[in-house]
Design a protein around this ligand. Structure first.
Ligand SMILES: C[S@@+](CC[C@H](N)C(=O)[O-])C[C@H]1O[C@@H](n2cnc3c(N)ncnc32)[C@H](O)[C@@H]1O
Length: 260
């Protein structure tokens, strides 16, 4: 018999999306190929999806978490740099910011505008030393990870005691009617709009994938539980419209670690 503590897979997607990855082991390669293919359309699609509020929302969450000048920040799954750019703005040129991503095409685009060290690696195996970061951030990548538990452990390892993890994600609304409406809008209408805006049918596929991963993903409570189980303290999850989620957690301070 097993209990919840024994089930690190509690935050695995509710179902594998067989159309995209034949098996969990093939997932990183499939996700990398997907983002490599769509990198050139990502910013525009993101702009459509967030009705232009994406930069403001990202910056508001980062400011609320406490990112500012003089800090050391690692942005995991940096993509084209949409979240990192807002961290950079808040840091005002004072501090260190490093971006990590598995897609070379996304990193290539980030490189054009960010001017920060960028590393091609996965969230599940970060090639950085222990305790170097005041903040680890990750925007809209939870759903794409092959192992969230490993990724959270890696984030915890990188943080200095007292440092914070900030996760932004979207999740399917819990109310069935809202969930259905979101499915029609995000899974049906937005793919069509994206295809028109980018004049690329593949953009439609990216948006369709987007909704399928949202619908298939574990509920926010499971993410909160995973953060706690990994060892984060002061875990919180704020929500906008029961859709946009802003998770945070803190690495225990040294005194708390010593007294364990
Ligand atoms: C939806 S984009 C988000 C980009 C950016 N954080 C933002 O706020 O717009 C997701 C990014 O996660 C990256 N990604 C997916 N799985 C990953 C993994 N296991 N390790 C590192 N990066 C990953 C993808 O390559 C992609 O660039």
């Amino acid at each position: 018999m097993s209990n919840r503590e024994d089930q690190p897979e509690a935050v695995a997607p509710r179902q594998q999306i067989a159309a995209y990855y034949a098996s969990p082991a093939r997932r990183p390669e499939a996700v990398r190929a997907l983002f490599n293919r769509f990198a050139g359309h990502y910013d525009l699609i993101n702009h459509i999806f967030s009705f232009g509020s994406g930069a403001w929302y990202r910056r508001t969450c980062l400011r609320h978490a406490g990112i500012g000048p003089g800090m050391a920040v690692v942005d995991v799954a940096v993509g084209t740099g949409l979240l990192a750019r807002q961290a950079q703005r808040l840091m005002q040129g004072d501090g260190t910011l490093i971006g990590i991503d598995l897609s070379e095409a996304m990193l290539g685009l980030a490189q054009k505008t960010l001017g920060i060290p960028l590393i091609q690696a996965t969230a599940e195996a970060l090639p950085l030393a222990d305790g170097i970061a005041d903040f680890v951030t990750m925007g809209y990548a939870l759903r794409h990870l092959s192992d969230i538990n490993l990724a959270l452990s890696e984030a915890l390892r990188l943080l200095r005691p007292g440092g914070k993890l900030v996760l932004l994600e979207v999740s399917a609304p819990s109310h069935p009617a809202l969930r259905r409406a979101a499915g029609v809008f995000i899974g049906g209408m937005l793919p069509a709009v994206s295809a028109l805006a980018t004049r690329n049918r593949q953009a439609k596929a990216l948006m369709a994938y987007h909704w399928q991963t949202i619908a298939a993903y574990a509920p926010p409570e499971a993410v909160v539980e995973a953060l706690r189980r990994t060892g984060f303290q002061n875990v919180a999850c704020a929500s906008e419209f029961d859709f946009f989620r802003f998770y945070s957690g803190q690495k225990p301070r040294q005194s708390a670690i010593d007294s364990e």
